[in-house]
Design a protein around this ligand. Structure first.
Ligand SMILES: NC(=O)C1=CN([C@@H]2O[C@H](COP(=O)(O)OP(=O)(O)OC[C@H]3O[C@@H](n4cnc5c(N)ncnc54)[C@H](OP(=O)(O)O)[C@@H]3O)[C@@H](O)[C@H]2O)C=CC1
Ligand SMILES: O=C1O[C@H](COP(=O)(O)O)[C@@H](O)[C@H](O)[C@H]1O
Length: 591
């Protein structure tokens, strides 16, 4: 029996509104009550989620990070951290009240595929390693490929990794984890095969209350078949059944609505977990904390102080191996309409009533619906072409055998968007996304307005203060961090100004490895937390914004501007920014 935590369940308050809010969420969600943990587990070994912290960070100037004595094992420097929080943050794990007899069965549909191997199984193992999975759980891989349990385990074992900071017993944990993984061969549209899966799941569940999570890691044309079979032949008869659906959620408003309608024939909206893995990234999750729990930012968060906001995604590799999928979608659907727009919505939304999923998603929908239709003249598209550097030839997009030679599909796009509401009237929200560029990164850049009548404009010693405005950079990846560019005086007897970074670099501040986005999202789905998943009306609003633009680009057969593989992208992106009186922050000399 697993009867952990009765002593923890009495925690009802926290000094932080965020923590108390979240714990009330946990307490009120029946699915969380169904989680149980191994008996006798040491509190410190518990899933990190049970120790949510709100930590205040100090910043260091430039690269000289402030490192002082750690106040928590996760912190490298911590002059401003709140020690008393430590005890308080041993968050409630609900008294299981008899629910120790519950179990979670996770079925990865499409287990033989790329995403399953690359992300889903490793994330499940990381959750297991952290003690975040309930005591009774089983993982099933499901796909058409013929495989035995041992073959699945062998395949999965090749992709599992240990946390850099926690390698002890990792091998043993892998063995234990793999013993909980099984495989079932079946067609995605066969009720009979899902009935057979159901039978096997029941054997593992051993009469316990059963909760079932299906992760659809398959191409979108078979989503509905699989959902139909899973819901009719393999859903839980005693607990919850949830389905994680991977993007793409359609290609436009019409196909997305059709997909939603079909899914809703078999599932309620609250059973559908539409995943956008960017919402699971640490720095995206931190965006709301930064904004709403620091007095200094929210007052600046409007047209009054912000000149423009930039959402930038770039990859230094092409569509290698995924050209077939990509050519049908293109970069606007692949990155902008979902990942970047979701971040924009979180960035620009009004303060939600609470951290409850519905309150947050209500605000996101509102801001998405306030957006001005995107004009084609505010968009630049590009496609990478082959280039040779240092004797190495890098392929162009259409060199991919799965891509038609005359494809006009954009692998790069930049766009200026506007939110027609009181807070953001006339502020350009620039997006830029591209494959096969010079670097891999994802970031949010907030460029503030100029200081009116800046006294130092006259003797700034060569620095053009009209250019060097303050800029807040939230670097989602790599080298996660947040920094603020400020103007300061160069030390010395003269008066020369310089721009410096107040820098919170996560690797300098925290010793703990940042979890992969899929870990957070899988755990949320198991716990029934919907905050980071896309509700159908959000999806409708996102497609309503991009569908007319995509249609126009495709109908007009707009020719993309070609850019060399490994370059900084089409020059047109600079003209677009200049048209809106903006410079791309990632291309400035002092990034
Ligand atoms: N890979 C990635 O990095 C990302 C993927 N996604 C999304 O996740 C989902 C899975 O992606 P990924 O793993 O790359 O996909 P795969 O193309 O690898 O497909 C997954 C599995 O589905 C089965 N399958 C593939 N094609 C067909 C078909 N035409 N008919 C029936 N079954 C088929 C195969 O299993 P079998 O033959 O054994 O049945 C395959 O192993 C997709 O929706 C994708 O868009 C989203 C973000 C990133
Ligand atoms: O959804 C997608 O995301 C990946 C990039 O994800 P990241 O977490 O590695 O930044 C992208 O390569 C892919 O084209 C897209 O479908």
């Amino acid at each position: 029996m697993s009867s952990f935590s009765t002593s923890l369940s009495s925690r009802t308050s926290s000094s932080s509104p965020f923590l108390s809010n979240h714990s009330s969420l946990i307490n009120s969600d029946p699915s969380r009550r169904s989680l149980s943990f191994p008996q006798g587990i040491n509190l410190d070994d518990l899933c990190v989620r049970s120790k949510r912290k709100l930590v205040q960070s100090s910043v260091a100037v430039g690269d000289g990070a402030v490192i002082t004595k750690s106040s928590s094992p996760e912190l490298k420097g911590g002059p401003l951290s709140i020690p008393s929080q430590e005890a308080e943050d041993k968050l409630v794990i609900e008294s299981n009240g008899g629910k120790e007899h519950s179990t979670v069965s996770i079925t990865v549909v499409g287990a033989s595929g790329d995403l399953a191997k690359k992300k889903i199984f490793p994330a499940l193992f990381a959750l297991y390693y952290e003690g975040c999975l309930p005591e009774h759980f089983t993982i099933y891989g499901y796909a058409r490929s013929k495989m035995t349990d041992a073959e699945l385990r062998d395949m999965v074992s090749k992709t599992l990794t240990c946390r850099i900071d926690k390698r002890e017993n990792c091998g043993e944990k892998m063995e234990e984890f793999l013993k909980r993984c099984f495989y079932h061969t079946g067609q995605y549209d066969s009720q009979e095969h899902f009935v057979a899966l159901d039978k096997k799941l029941k054997e593992h569940e051993g009469g316990r209350l059963s909760n079932r999570l299906f992760y659809l890691s398959i191409p979108p044309n078979i989503f509905v078949d699989a959902v139909k079979c899973a819901s009719s032949s393999a859903s839980s008869s005693s607990g919850w059944t949830r389905v994680i659906v991977e993007k793409p959620f359609g290609r436009d408003s019409k196909t997305s609505a059709a997909l939603t309608k079909s899914l809703k024939q078999y599932l309620e909206e609250d059973q559908i977990f539409r995943i956008d893995h960017y919402l699971g990234k640490e720095l995206v999750e931190n965006l709301s904390v930064l904004r709403f729990s620091n007095l200094i930012f929210e007052p600046l968060w409007s047209r009054q102080y912000i000149q423009n906001v930039q959402f930038i995604f770039s990859e230094d590799f092409g569509t290698e191996g995924r050209g077939g999928y990509f050519d049908h979608y293109g970069i606007i659907r692949d990155i902008m309409q979902n990942h970047l727009l979701q971040i924009l919505a979180l960035f620009a939304m009004e303060t939600p009533v609470s951290l409850d999923a519905e309150d947050i998603r209500n605000e996101k929908v509102k801001v998405l619906r306030s957006m001005r239709p995107i004009q084609l003249e505010d968009v630049v598209i590009g496609q990478y072409k082959s280039t040779t550097k240092g004797g190495v030839t890098y392929p162009g997009y259409t060199d991919d055998k799965t891509v038609p030679k005359d494809s006009l599909t954009p692998t790069f796009a930049a766009a200026a968007l506007f939110i027609d509401n009181a807070r953001w009237d006339s502020v350009p929200f620039l997006m830029k996304a591209g494959k096969a560029l010079h670097t891999r990164s994802a970031e949010i850049r907030v460029q503030f307005r100029h200081v009116p009548g800046n006294l130092y404009n006259r003797n700034s010693g060569g620095t053009n203060l009209d250019r060097t405005t303050n800029e807040l950079v939230i670097r989602v990846q790599p080298d996660e961090g947040i920094y603020l560019k400020i103007n300061n005086k160069v030390p010395g007897l003269g008066m020369r100004l310089d721009q410096s970074h107040l820098n919170l670099l996560y690797s300098a501040r925290y010793s703990k490895e940042i979890p992969d986005a899929y870990e957070r999202l899988l755990l949320d789905a198991i716990e029934g937390e919907r905050r980071l998943f896309i509700r159908s009306d959000e999806l409708d609003a996102a497609w309503a914004l991009f569908t007319p633009l995509l249609k126009e680009i495709e109908e007009k057969k707009t020719i993309p501007e070609f850019y060399p593989h490994g370059s900084r992208g089409p020059v047109g992106a600079h003209y677009l920014a200049a048209k809106h009186n903006v410079q791309w922050g990632d291309l400035s000399l002092d990034q």
